[in-house]
Design a binder for this molecule. Sequence first.
Ligand code: FAD
Length: 371
Amino acid sequence: MQHGSDILIIGGGVIGLTTAFQLAGQGVSVTVVDRQRVGCEASWAGAGMLPPGDMATAATPESRLRSSSYEMWEQFSVQLREVSGIDNGYRKCGAVEVGPAGAVMELQIQQWQAEGLDCETLDRAALERHVPGLNPEIQRGAYLPEFAQVRNPRHLKALATACQRRGVEILEEVGPISVRSQGRSVEVTSPSRHFGADRLCLTAGSWTGQLVKPLGVELPVAPVRGQIAQLRVGQLPFSCVIERGRRYMVPRADGLILVGSTEEYVGFEKRNTTEGISALLGFAESIVPELGAAEVVRCWAGLRPGSPDELPFVGPLPGYDNVFVGAGHFRSGLQMSPATAAVLADLMLDRSPAISLDGLGLNRITIPATV
Ligand SMILES: Cc1cc2nc3c(=O)[nH]c(=O)nc-3n(C[C@H](O)[C@H](O)[C@H](O)COP(=O)(O)OP(=O)(O)OC[C@H]3O[C@@H](n4cnc5c(N)ncnc54)[C@H](O)[C@@H]3O)c2cc1C
């Protein structure tokens, strides 16, 4: 059986669905196919943190994607709610960075200030105003008032619903999709059908490297496991995100706190471990000691699509006409999804993307091989 549309997107995570939503809003016929239910992988598992950015000062590929996305998030969330009727929980909650103390922290503060971001340094008294039960050993920090968050499962549900309401065809649980080279174009099949489209967009998260292998492209996107513990407290002891290096706590409005996350290179093994969860619980208690008495509600793990330079691959697939990739967003796929989708939509509609692809294109480290 042959199935056709203008654009076929393989992989219905946050990158694929946001791209579909934007394209459908521009009158394009889009199909999203996923081997399982959409929005159930890394995009569901993430913590939903949206760090601020400012396009006026964005000078790196990372800050361009972060800032451009950040400037879209508020309006995007309103639009999603209007189309889907679902509130994704977007709110500016602020974030307190509590270390590590010393030079690293000072450098980070200087970097935020150089980017023109609103950033206050905090002494102990100011820290206590944001986080009343903070471990007394923590004496210094910084506050980013513009830091925001969304609730991932709600955001994904809103996205999938909004896509459908805009006419996107979402084909779920189609089984593994495979791609085969046909000269400069690509044949797409599932166990039961062939898919045709003018343009193909590959957004299969951690699996994108495997997906493109039969096309003779070595795309170094590999899974990096992240575990999360969800706690419940009677009354939230803080309302802002708390970060210490790569660990964090994200409070939700209904008294839940996400504690994240581990960074583990263990292939496609998506599960929790005693070691990972104990480290996260120890971290929570070391920052806010009263969390030692919190209820552990549930734990989960997700596979971040990692890349060697921790930046995503966004752009045309070398050696092919009309095949595009958006994958490898590592720890930032949710926050960078609006701008990534805008770039992909521009490329697929033959427009020049609003932000530069320098440092993001696939030609930077892919190794084309002979098929
Ligand atoms: C614990 C954790 C915390 C995180 N916290 C944050 C955060 O606070 N902020 C942030 O911005 N980012 C965060 N991230 C990172 C973010 O979640 C990811 O970067 C992002 O979700 C990647 O989205 P994606 O659409 O590329 O991939 P995914 O969400 O993994 O989606 C890929 C989709 O492709 C499908 N697929 C795969 N192979 C095939 C195939 N062959 N055929 C058809 N379909 C296929 C899968 O079923 C899946 O639905 C976190 C991640 C984790 C794990």
